[in-house]
Design a protein around this ligand. Structure first.
Ligand SMILES: NC(=O)c1ccc[n+]([C@@H]2O[C@H](COP(=O)([O-])OP(=O)(O)OC[C@H]3O[C@@H](n4cnc5c(N)ncnc54)[C@H](O)[C@@H]3O)[C@@H](O)[C@H]2O)c1
Length: 306
């Protein structure tokens, strides 16, 4: 297949486009490098430096494409609250440009990166795809929920095949966000630099950490689905932040001090997925243990430090 990956130069997109190439697909990475890195793009991929709102460039890029994997987005929750308009413009309007370019060129298959944020503070765990969606607590979550609704509309009215993947907490090599708001790279960096580890909520929160290569493989598994689907993509394993920290200390072979950061607005206390639905429909399951994933991630950051 020929696949266009928006945001393919970013953390998760870099793994997805490489896996697509490894499996014999041809790939176009479409990215404006606002948050991604040229060196994360595999040399086998065609790279187009472009933004979602560059209509003509996007339509030209979509010629003869079979499917779009849409990751291009701003992703920082705190930043989204400080500058809501840039998130609405980049994520929602950007996606509207993409959907129209797809409609104009007859490309009608899209896989979209959504997030567990759409469930807000859950009443019951694990979260299934039928769990209630809550009013978003931040603009980032609002943009993702709005895009999910847009996709449902394009499926119903313009016969798009759309798959929404609700990622839980992705981690792994190539995670180089600035600023970094995700816990695993922040803990690892602090430990490698022998600095105090910033921890919110006294480390009592619970999360579902999905290794990025497992997450990437879910995109390939859903590529041939028709109609409209929503899937959670997580491990189903709840992990307390304090236990995560202990695992990282164990792999590093030493401990550093903790910097108590208190509470953080907008955080949910506990979240983890049921990924039974994607397992039942396409056979996807997370394979990498947290220990193995952390070892690979720590090795990546050690190479970065050199
Ligand atoms: N990282 C996570 O844990 C996580 C969790 C849930 C959902 N997601 C979603 O997964 C996707 C990828 O996340 P990531 O962590 O790889 O982020 P990232 O910031 O590393 O990658 C995003 C990429 O999109 C590009 N981009 C942004 N706006 C663009 C635009 N208008 N036009 C063209 N390119 C643009 C950036 O340059 C970057 O390369 C995002 O949609 C994010 O919301 C991520």
């Amino acid at each position: 297949m020929k696949i266009l990956v928006t945001g393919g130069a970013g953390f998760i997109g870099s793994h997805i486009h490489r896996l697509l190439l490894d499996k014999g697909n041809s790939v176009i990475v479409y990215d404006n490098l606002s948050r991604g890195f040229k060196q994360s793009i595999d040399s086998r991929a065609e790279f187009i430096l472009g933004s979602l709102n560059e209509k003509e460039k996007l339509e030209k890029a979509l010629k003869e494409v079979d499917a779009v994997i849409h990751l291009a987005s701003y992703i920082a929750v705190g930043e989204s609250m400080e500058n809501p308009f840039s998130y609405i413009e980049n994520n929602i309007i950007g996606t509207a440009y993409l959907l129209e370019a797809m409609r104009n060129t007859g490309v009608k298959k899209i896989i979209f990166s959504s997030t567990a944020c759409v469930y807000g503070n859950p009443d019951e765990l694990p979260l299934t795809e039928d769990s209630p969606l809550k009013e978003p607590t931040n603009i980032y979550g609002f943009t993702k929920l709005t895009i999910e609704n847009l996709l449902k509309f394009y499926h119903k009215n313009y016969r798009f095949d759309a798959v929404i993947l609700r990622y839980f907490n992705a981690y792994g090599p190539n995670e180089l966000h600035t600023p970094e708001t995700h816990i695993i790279p922040n803990i690892i960096r602090a430990v490698l630099e022998k600095q105090p580890v910033p921890i919110y909520w006294k480390g009592e929160q619970i999360r579902d950490f999905i290794y990025v290569k497992d997450l990437a493989s879910a995109h390939l598994d859903v590529l041939n689905l028709k109609d409209f689907h929503i899937f959670n993509v997580g491990t189903g394993i709840p992990v307390k932040i304090n236990d995560l920290l202990e695992k990282i200390f164990k792999i590093a072979g030493y401990k550093t001090k903790i910097k108590d950061m208190g509470e953080r607005a907008g955080d949910v206390k506990a979240t983890y997925a049921s990924s039974d639905k994607i397992n039942k429909i396409v056979g996807w399951k997370a394979k990498t243990s947290l220990e193995e994933g952390l070892k690979n991630t720590i090795a990546f950051f050690q190479r970065q430090e050199k």
